[in-house]
Design a protein around this ligand. Sequence first.
Ligand code: PLP
Length: 400
Amino acid sequence: MSLESAALARVKPSATLAADAKARELKAQGKDVIGLAAGEPDFDTPDNIKDAAIKAIRDGKTKYTNVDGIPELKEAICAKFYRENGLTYKPSQINVSPGGKPVIWNALLATLNPGDEVIVPTPYWVSYWDIVLLAGGEPVALPTSAETNFKVRPDDLERAITPKTKWIILNSPSNPSGAAYTRAELRALADVLLRHPHVWILTDDMYEHLVFGDFEFSTIAQVEPGLYERTLTMNGVSKAYAMTGWRIGYAGGPEPLINAMRKVMSQTTSNPASISQWAAVEALNGTQAFIKPNAKLFEQRRDLVVSMLNQARGIHCPTPEGAFYVYPSVAGLIGKTAPSGKVIASDADFAVELLETEGVAVVHGAAFGLSPHFRVSYATANSVLEDACQRIQRFCANVK
Ligand code: PLP
């Protein structure tokens, strides 16, 4: 008899974590490897946030808290939603979970019945698909393409909705494509969703603060208040404040949904770490001075990477609006022969050959549900990015 449950057997381990682990393992063996697979900022958590955590420890804030977050953090989150997104939530409409990923898990586990469909635009962040499966639902791919800058077209959304659709997951700026929806683009999607009142919307706004140039971030419940009662607006401190290890994510939504999510947490994780919650209060209420310069730094890196990758033979790299990823196409390399003599039949082959020949770790597009592409995370120093892109150029030049 199989050890794994039928539910777990439907799920793949996270491909991004696996690619990152592989790069770390090769490095530990002394190999010259550049990891462009990890999805986390390369700078340290700001000192004011660390100090707030140390103070929380000294003040004895080390006990169980309310299951879905301390009142002080819920207040800070309500203030953030109002200040930055024009959204009004009461503390009773806020969920705090041990990371953004658990927010999604809690919401989907709380609401999915067998056979319920969740529309997941591709390319998607790896976990959406498998969390839906684990929660007993049916993920439904909604393909996008480089021609629409990896954004969902309203007609395609209309066609994807069925009577069984329970949720659609939106993610802007996107991991892995970096694409971000303008207000007008969200408006057009909202018009479709208004016609289908049985569909709930989960919007993952994790990369809100990483948008470039004069792009203005919007979120769907702000653009169309008519969707507020069936939207879960999710966010977190992981990316904006370089707090990936602290494990705090949050969401605002209708009370019945938030109550159901609390019920899940009360029988699974209980509260997120008390100390991390106090750190998150400072992240949201304290100085935001580093956010803009930080986004500027990422913008310069995006420009560097897009320009260098477009100089690699067989690669086409669109310019995304945000996050810290690019999602180039390797269509020009498929069917050709890698320097090792092996044929590159897929984006997975490309990623393996690139790692083995040039020591650059990227994640293949199939992991995100859209091939033939690969994802580069450029959350690393410029000199490292230049070296990595030169290696990619050399690899491509040697493909026959
Ligand atoms: N949503 C997106 C789009 C992400 O890229 C990530 C992390 O990579 C998360 C959610 C999860 O964030 P957390 O680390 O807070 O669980």
